[in-house]
Design a protein around this ligand. Structure first.
Ligand code: NAD
Length: 684
């Protein structure tokens, strides 16, 4: 039985049992409705405790129903029945009560929760709003302001905070919670019953509150309409009757479910769930890892070391010499002290984290590490020498990984003994914060070595995505193309700030030029220099000139932009950049700079990105198209609510993207559509 009723004297217990997380399926809704009828018909029952079997209360909607039309009975009707039942319900929460799970609890007369349990309304994260009373009942319990925070942020709160807010009535003891819940209800029956939630008064706010809150919510949502719509539903709830507010909320919920944004957010939600468990590694047992070696203590090495320490793994760092080892140690301490200063960790935690870390100059110190991650200079010869040394000192079954961004991992380890133990583990900067981890098998990587990459990601709270070997793997390959496309636009006539602003309005965290100023123009310049050394001819006529003018970005107080002494960007294109642009335009024979609308800029950047994504999937560099989306969304500031480049292309229509690329190619702004994209267009 998905929902069962156990009668035990005056207090009946209704138990939802729908593993693994008691999601609200049609069977749960029907079961609840039947349970209401059962207890209503039984004179012996005076009140009901509603709880869940397994590890959590109802954790949310049934994700398998997401893309399907709603099935009766609908949750708002079921909850109205719960609320209207003459036998008052108490929700007994443990684990998490999210979305519809919390809405069930809101319709009960009392909410009792286990210590540490969490509750929230995360619907906005999926581009929708609560659809069963979340925006209508919550403010009646916690007030309008707290409700606005809960609903528009989508963030859950812990039981202790929920109690302070008035969202719940009591925290149950950790032991004998069932008995405590029943005792609570028995005692409560002896006094006057609280009003049902829908009959409680709702607070009023003036227009200034709504205007200010709406502006703040809109700013924070960065283009995601869910929070804005959720606030509108909450405001409406303060102005009309309960029934009218419920109807308005439901209508909004049903309308938003069908939007491209909701589809995009569902797509990323499913991609994130699928990524950590690749089907091709099913049944493969990862190798154990208990002690991590990190070679190189610069930006990445230090960040990776902290990420590993945060995962509870002891870390041995190796640098070139004693002086460099001391710098590596200092780099790690600096990150951890930053965490301490921000209150992310306590003094005791700091001591524990730094205590499990050591930096040395002798490779013998990593002899007992079972997983070693190399993050030395991006130079093939340096990396080859490091790996040769590692194969000498480490055990034959120790996993040896490279964090290279652009080099070919196969070339780094070519001819070294034990090809099955090598792999690429590509972290992102800052490695202790960024979630993305590209897992790049070499041609010799054993399945259990690849599986260990995924296990490491799970242990360190990273989002693993498998990527094949090519220039830049998945993420940097697209990044490189985007930089080229952005520069093509500038040479054709756009200003860098116009390109950045258009993409930021589209939802990117930062435009391509501002990103370069942040990471440093020297990184790209050195890569191009190395490529030229290999006989390639990378195209970056403006970036090359800006770099040559000594403008490396924020670290030199100027790159594509100027910055004032407080680090604030100065409006306008700096003279040196304008000169570089003019020279590049002259070389390209551009006499009359073209003008572009923001929409044209977004197309000129996005369509080549979609094209490249199709190629990456067709070449097998990404196993699934959703992996490309995951990489861009979790590692490159791509707007989550657009679902990544592939999902965005799907929403536009791949045929239309291919057509658009033909037009862009005719203007010299992009390459024409690839065969891979044409194949997607033909299939769609
Ligand atoms: P970095 O210059 O900050 O650090 C490199 C460190 O390696 C230096 O401290 C250097 O002393 C040390 N080193 C050099 N040779 C060594 C050797 N033989 N033994 C031990 N240590 C040695 O560089 P970084 O930015 O940390 O990049 C390191 C690697 O990570 C590169 O392959 C880079 O492409 C990759 N990566 C960088 C980023 C990024 O955003 N910086 C992101 C992902 C990957």
């Amino acid at each position: 039985m998905t929902v069962s009723v156990i009668k035990n004297g005056a207090i009946a217990r209704v138990i939802i049992d729908n593993p693994p997380v008691n999601a609200i399926s049609a069977a749960v809704r029907q079961g609840l409705l039947d349970a209401v009828r059962t207890v209503e018909a039984d004179d012996a029952v005076k009140a009901v405790v509603l709880s869940c079997a397994g590890r959590t209360f109802v954790a949310g909607a049934d994700v398998t129903e997401f893309d399907k039309p709603p099935v009766e009975p609908h949750l708002p009707d079921v909850l109205n029945a719960v609320e209207a039942c003459s036998k008052p319900f108490a929700a007994q929460i443990h684990g998490t009560a999210l979305g519809g799970g919390l809405e069930i609890a809101l319709a009960c007369r009392w909410r009792l929760a286990a210590p540490g349990s969490q509750m929230g309304l995360p619907e906005v994260n999926l581009g929708i709003i609560p659809g069963a009373g979340g925006t209508v009942r919550t403010p009646r319990l916690v007030g309008v302001e707290a409700a606005a925070d809960l609903i528009t942020s989508g963030k859950p709160v812990k039981a202790e905070k929920a109690l302070a807010l008035g969202l719940i009535d009591a925290i149950l003891p950790a032991e004998n919670a069932d008995q405590a819940a029943e005792d609570f209800v028995t005692a409560a029956l002896g006094a006057a019953l609280p009003e049902i939630t829908s009959a409680r008064p709702i607070g009023q706010k003036d227009e200034a509150f709504w205007t200010e809150t709406a502006a703040r919510v809109k700013r924070a949502a960065k283009g995601n309409t869910g929070p804005v719509e959720a606030l509108a539903s909450l405001k409406n709830a303060t102005e009309v009757s309960f029934a009218e507010a419920m109807a308005f909320e439901r209508e909004t919920f049903l309308r938003l479910r069908k939007t491209d944004q909701a589809a995009a957010l569902r797509h990323i939600f499913f991609a994130e769930r699928a990524a950590p468990r690749p089907s091709e590694l099913k049944g493969v047992t990862p190798r154990p890892f208990t002690r991590i070696g990190v070679i190189g203590g610069g930006t990445m090495g230090a960040g990776i070391a902290v990420a590993m320490r945060n995962a509870g793994l002891p870390v041995q760092m190796i640098e070139r010499d004693a002086e460099a080892a001391a710098r590596g140690q200092a780099n790690v301490e600096k990150i951890l002290k930053g965490d301490l200063a921000k209150g992310r960790i306590t003094e005791a935690k700091y001591a524990e984290l730094i205590g499990g870390f050591n930096a040395a100059a002798d490779y013998a110190a990593v002899a007992d590490c079972d997983l070693v991650i190399e993050a030395v200079f991006e130079d093939l010869d340096v990396k080859r020498a490091v790996f040769a040394e590692l194969t000498r000192v480490c055990a034959p079954d120790a996993i040896l990984a490279t964090n290279t961004s652009y080099l070919n991992p196969d070339e780094i380890v070519a001819d070294l003994p034990g090809p099955e133990r090598f792999i690429g583990l590509h972290f992102f900067s800052p490695a202790n914060i960024m979630k993305l981890l590209e897992i790049v098998p070499t041609s010799g990587s054993a399945p259990d070595v690849i599986a260990t990459g995924f296990a490491l990601a799970a242990k360190a709270g990273k989002m693993p995505v498998r990527a094949g070997i090519c220039d830049g793997f998945i993420g940097n390959r697209i990044l490189k193309l985007t930089r080229t496309t952005a520069e093509r636009l500038v040479v054709a006539g756009a200003e860098p700030s116009q390109v950045d602003n258009a993409l930021q309005k589209f939802g990117f965290a930062l435009g391509p030029f501002r990103t370069q100023d942040l990471s440093g123009l020297d990184i790209g310049a050195f890569q191009r220099k190395a490529a030229r050394g290999r006989g390639e001819s990378p195209w970056a006529p403006v970036a090359d000139r800006v770099f040559e003018a000594g403008r490396l970005g924020r670290k030199t107080n100027g790159g594509w932009y100027d910055y004032d002494t407080a680090g604030k960007e100065v409006a306008g294109t700096p003279a040196a950049v304008a000169e570089a642009i003019a020279a590049a335009r002259a070389d390209a024979g551009v006499t009359t700079p073209a003008t572009f609308s923001d929409a044209e800029i977004v197309e000129a950047i996005m369509f080549p990105m979609i094209n490249e994504s199709a190629k990456i999937v067709a070449e097998g560099i990404a196993f699934r198209d959703s992996d490309v989306d995951l990489v861009k969304v979790s590692g490159y500031g791509f707007p989550r609510f657009r679902g990544g480049p592939v999902q965005y292309g799907r929403a536009i229509g791949f045929a239309k993207v291919a057509e658009g690329l033909e037009a862009l190619a005719a203007k010299g702004l992009a390459d024409g559509p690839s065969e891979a994209l044409k194949a997607w267009a033909a299939k769609a």
